[in-house]
Design a protein around this ligand. Structure first.
Ligand code: SF4
Length: 65
């Protein structure tokens, strides 16, 4: 099952990802993305890929596992 990954050092807290997929991404008190799930069901993949692509600093990826 595909797995969510984040480059926490690159994240700038723009929150585009939270807007696109609030079930998968959140922002902590320091303005850094938090992954709310690890594995991505196939049915959620298109939506979560779109949310990951919306990150202005390309901090989010979805890896095939
Ligand atoms: S869109 Fe990118 S920079 Fe913005 S909070 Fe999400 S991971 Fe961080």
């Amino acid at each position: 099952m595909p797995v969510l990954k984040a480059d926490f050092g690159a994240c700038q807290g723009y929150a585009n990802c939270v807007a696109g997929a609030p079930d998968a991404y959140d922002i902590d008190d320091d303005g850094v993305v938090v992954l709310l799930k690890e594995q991505v069901p196939e049915g959620d993949l298109p939506r979560l890929r779109e949310a990951a692509r919306s990150c202005p600093v390309s901090a989010l990826t979805i890896e095939d596992a």
